[in-house]
Design a protein around this ligand. Structure first.
Ligand code: AMP
Length: 544
């Protein structure tokens, strides 16, 4: 017997319909690429999204076609994000921080038909265009007054492109399992892989992400997603915020400490989200300027491990709670958020920070387990490390064009490539990428834990740990450090600081001081390159 309820398809366009109807005057405030701060509303975003749908249909875009964006977080990007899905097409957000050859490779792999971009990226695209045969037209997210001369084929200013379209254009009717968005992984090895989100997976994911134990987002909130819409489905905030009717603040192209601080205070932002490097810049700016964050309640930190010292500074100095989050492009992206369950609610001080360092617990819709290499499940005791596997309705089941099939098993589990522990309360703690974990004497050492600890030293700006070959132990940790400007920490001062805070055998065998640490296009430490740079390094206490 079937249930007798209505068949109401879970479509992302229903999210912006809902926002326009129920929160029509809620603001979307953006720093525009042209410079000024621009205010609009969900009702106006909805109207322009419908114009985008109308124009795409007139341009011959069909259900399933890919339309690329190479753009910052602004209200216009939000309009096309919904307008593309409304036409039944797939909004492919491309990460401009990738190398130009990778950008071209991704666009060709996706076979994007239209490219919607910001003024910032015209020089880049003018160079790439001859290598992008599938792109028929370039739409520049600006008005006629700011539209420059360009050699791009069929280039048009966005405002002109949608000028004569009907704001009541009906969305194209599609099944909820139809693709609506697409994002490539920022893999550090091999070619990037395409993850294709459906309307259904994005709606379910946004419902889960909004929950009190996750982002805890409400119409009373003002959220500033510093995380770009092109990083891992924009952490789904472009869906979750309008779904609950929260005010959105979009940073445009400026993500430095001063610019983010200006928006946080001017717009009285209550929730914000970004990778740790953004918060390092903000905290440095606050330290030098003496700024305060009276309205900011929650800071979502993910993409890489949130250092303990950062969580502590936000709590003790600025009165904001860090929500440490873990996720993946393949998971839409939220996998866990570290909010406090009743079992740990009474903790404070260092014990509270101990919990906060975990990457958190999963919402309904995310199933997690850890296994050995033999695929046998490991205990949830908070101590045993294992390969982290996940499944759920907003977790990828395959990659685009069948790439990377070995990451998925026959029971639907996706191997995240992360190594983690899970405790009895369901708190998961990422200890490493499986490729980065340091194997010493048959045991595993977490490079992330060591980095976290080292960054708490007052003279350390950034830290990375890699395994270096060792004749007796197989591998031993090398700590690589950037000193804070004007400071000169020594090897011994850092190792003494770490002493007693970790097991003796986890202690790095040496410290190397460097001027820079390489990062991926999504802000993660590029360990492959560090390993290359240190490939001829030998520990000083070893005889050859
Ligand atoms: P991406 O698809 O770019 O979001 O990258 C996903 C990967 O980033 C995960 O598989 C983890 O290795 C890493 N990651 C994300 N969040 C965290 C976190 N809070 N702590 C440690 N690693 C993280």
């Amino acid at each position: 017997m079937l249930g007798t309820m209505q068949d109401w398809p879970l479509l992302v366009t229903k999210i912006i319909d809902h926002a326009a109807l129920n929160h029509p005057h809620r603001k979307v405030i953006s720093r525009s690429v042209e410079g000024p701060i621009v205010e609009t509303t969900y009702a106006a975003v909805h109207a322009n999204a419908k114009r985008v749908t109308g124009r795409l249909l007139r341009d011959g875009i069909e259900v399933g076609d890919r339309v690329a964006t190479l753009a910052w977080n602004t209200w216009r990007h939000l309009e096309v994000w919904y307008g593309i899905s409304g036409a039944g097409a797939v909004c492919h957000t491309v990460n401009p921080r990738l190398f130009p050859e990778q950008i071209a490779w991704i666009i060709n792999h996706a076979a994007d038909r239209v490219m919607i971009t910001d003024l910032t990226f015209l020089p880049l695209l003018e160079k790439l265009a001859p290598k992008l045969p599938t792109i028929e037209r370039y739409v520049v997210l600006t008005d006629r007054a700011h539209m420059p001369e360009t050699s791009l084929p069929n280039a048009i200013a966005y405002v002109d492109w949608i000028a004569y379209e009907d704001p009541a254009t009906p969305w194209v009717s599609v099944d909820e399992n139809t693709a609506c968005g697409m994002c490539y992984t920022s893999g550090t090895t091999g070619n990037p892989k395409g993850v294709v989100y459906s309307h259904r997976s994005n709606v379910i994911h946004s419902l889960a992400a909004a929950q009190p134990d996750m982002l805890g987002l409400a119409s009373r909130d003002t959220i500033l997603p510093v995380v770009p819409m092109f990083h891992a489905n924009g952490w789904s905030i472009a869906y979750t915020a309008p779904m609950v009717g929260a005010t959105m603040v979009m940073p445009g192209p400026k993500m430095d400490g001063a610019s983010i601080y200006e928006l946080l205070t001017m717009c009285k932002v209550t929730v914000t989200a970004a990778v740790p490097t953004v918060w390092l810049m903000l905290l440095q700016y606050l330290e030098s300027s003496g700024g305060k964050l009276p309205d900011l309640k929650r800071v979502v930190i993910g993409g890489s491990a949130a250092p303990r010292a950062m969580t502590k500074t936000f709590r003790d100095v600025y009165g904001s709670e860090v929500l440490h989050a873990w996720g993946m492009t393949e998971m839409s992206p939220l996998g866990t958020v570290c909010s406090m369950k009743p079992e740990v609610l009474m903790l404070d001080g260092e014990a509270w920070l101990d919990v906060k360092q975990a990457t958190g617990h999963a919402p309904f819709t995310v199933e997690m387990k850890i296994t050995g290499d033999d695929n046998v499940e490991k205990p949830r005791d908070g101590k045993t490390f294992g390969r982290l596997k996940v499944r759920g309705p907003a977790v990828a089941g395959t990659y685009f064009r069948g790439d990377g099939a070995d990451a998925f098993d026959t029971e639907g589990w996706f191997d995240t490539g992360d190594v983690a522990t899970i405790d009895a309360n369901g708190y998961m703690r990422i200890t490493d990428r499986s490729k980065d974990v340091i194997k010493s004497g048959g045991e595993w050492i977490s490079s992330i834990d060591l980095e976290n600890l080292a960054i708490g030293h007052p003279d350390v700006q950034e830290a990375a740990v890699i395994g270096i070959a060792h004749p007796k132990w197989d591998e031993r940790p090398l700590l690589i450090v950037i000193a804070k400007p004007g400071r000169t920490p020594t090897r011994d001062s850092i190792l003494n600081y770490m002493d007693g805070k970790i097991a003796k055998w986890w202690m790095p065998d040496d410290v190397a001081f460097v001027a820079d640490i390489p990062h991926t296009a999504t802000g993660k430490i590029l360990k492959t390159e560090l390993r290359q740079r240190f490939s001829s390094y030998r520990f000083p206490n070893l005889s050859d």
